[in-house]
Design a protein. Structure first.
Length: 466
């Protein structure tokens, strides 16, 4: 279903790019697109697959090894070696027997001197085929390597989850930044419309001689003062949209629009110490460092395993043959046995590797303590932000209502001739500022909640890409 959803979203994106239509995305759509396009997640996913293959490779070292080999050789020139003259040896032995038995009268001249001759004992054509089986019976290094590879795989999975959590947080920041700038732009437009409507009323009153020229000038100045604010808000909205495209990993030429609301829902602020405890258990950065420490400890055991002996069982079957004219005389042989090896001295390399691994584990331990302190500080900071925002949001809600009523009263007073343009301008500015303050506070609240979820390692299961 995920792949189907992604396919539908991307098809909509391509269609919007071709036909110039806007790609409408919700927060969930934005997260799905980002998780599909994010290169860091892709790299982390590949690392998970790589670590899984590493585990299988480690298990492979404990399985039997079967090797098959074969060779054929043809001597262009046969090798020769010095060897006693067999003909002289045989002749001397024969005459010695005959002389001893009295068959012939002893004659020392019959004995030939024993010399060496170059002789060849090889045949021109030779072949050999062999199959060998090697099975580890005890190898501590292999066993420790399997454990280290498993921990490495767990580390890769935690790093993937950490990348997913960070990506989701980035999407939320960018998505709500677009909503914030969008509403800021609407506030600026509303303020501009108020100023423009006020200018029309003042012009009409000035044409009838009901107001002074000073009021008209003030109304015109107010409109022109707000116009740059509208353009600035419009540019901020475009920049926020471009930033969201970067986070989503889509082309900058794609026209997008977001659907959603920045809604403040009053919820109890979590208790700091309990949230810190949850973060220590669930934070992906902490869990990654904890697994990294386990990996370092596994490497210590891995290097120390080199002190232990290695025991293998082996079996070998060989078939060979040789002949000068390819009429091979074939023979075979087989052997089984056990071999054991034990290192007595390797220049202290094993001991130094163990020391290095211990230092690496201590470094990871210190990084873990430092990161836990950082997470605890961030949790307290976000909880303080939530309390601060909650303490002022209710007042800001009422402030927006009061500012809106004040603006309406100022407009009515001016129409009735009991007020002036300065009151209208001040009321409009106060209303704009009240709305802006409230929006900023709501944005801060939503992002603080999202950052707190990130620190605690809370991810919606629908975003799990493992």
């Amino acid at each position: 279903m995920k792949r189907i959803t992604h396919s539908i979203i991307f098809n909509l994106a391509v269609t919007s790019f071709i036909f110039g239509q806007s790609l409408i995305v919700t927060l969930d759509d934005a997260v799905e697109i980002a998780l599909e396009n994010n290169r860091e997640i892709g790299i982390a996913s590949m690392e998970v697959r790589k670590s899984r293959a590493t585990v299988r490779e480690a298990y492979g070292h404990a399985l039997p090894t079967v090797d098959v080999s074969g060779n054929f050789s043809h001597f262009v020139n046969k090798p020769r070696m010095p060897f006693p003259d067999f003909e002289a040896l045989l002749g001397n032995a024969t005459y010695s027997i005959l002389f001893d038995e009295g068959v012939l009268q002893r004659d020392e001249d019959k004995f030939r001197p024993i010399a060496t001759q170059l002789q060849s004992f090889a045949q021109t054509n030779n072949y050999e085929s062999q199959i060998q089986v090697l099975q580890p019976l005890f190898n501590s290094t292999v066993l420790r390597g399997i454990g280290a590879s498993r921990r490495y795989h767990n580390l890769a999975e935690e790093e993937l989850q950490r990348t997913i959590s960070s990506t989701i947080l980035d999407v939320k920041r960018s998505f709500y930044a677009v909503l914030l700038t969008k509403e800021m732009y609407e506030i600026a437009l509303a303020s501009f419309d108020n100023a423009a409507g006020n200018l029309r009323n003042v012009r009409a009153a000035y044409g009838q001689g009901l107001v002074a020229e000073f009021d008209l000038l003030q109304a015109e100045v107010q409109v022109e003062n707000i116009r740059p604010m509208v353009l600035q808000s419009e540019n901020a909205l475009k920049n926020a949209m471009d930033g969201l495209k970067i986070v989503l990993g889509i082309d900058q030429d794609t026209v997008i629009d977001v659907v959603g609301e920045m809604v403040y829902t009053a919820e109890p602020v979590p208790e700091a110490e309990r949230t810190i405890a949850d973060a220590f258990r669930g934070n992906y950065g902490i869990k990654s460092l904890e697994i990294k420490r386990d990996v370092d400890r596994a490497f210590i055991d891995y290097y120390q395993s080199e002190y232990w002996p290695v025991l293998y069982a082996f079996g070998n079957y060989t078939r060979a043959g040789s002949d000068d004219r390819y009429n091979f005389q074939n023979y075979s042989s087989s052997i089984v046995g056990v071999t054991i090896s034990f290192n007595l001295f390797n220049g202290g390399r094993t001991r130094q590797r163990v020391q290095q691994a211990k230092v690496t584990m201590n470094q990871t331990e210190q990084q873990l303590h430092q990161y836990r302190d950082y997470v605890a500080m961030q949790v307290r900071s976000k909880i303080n932000d939530l309390r601060r925002v909650q303490s002022i949001l209710e007042a800001q809600e009422r402030n927006v209502e009061l500012a809106g009523r004040a603006y309406d009263i100022a407009v009515v007073r001016y129409r009735e001739g009991t007020g002036n343009q300065l009151e209208v301008q001040n009321a409009d500015m106060a209303l704009r500022q009240a709305r802006t303050n409230r929006l900023n506070s709501v944005y801060d609240y939503i992002i603080a909640r999202a950052e707190l979820d990130h620190l605690a390692g809370r991810i919606n299961e629908m975003y799990d890409v493992r």
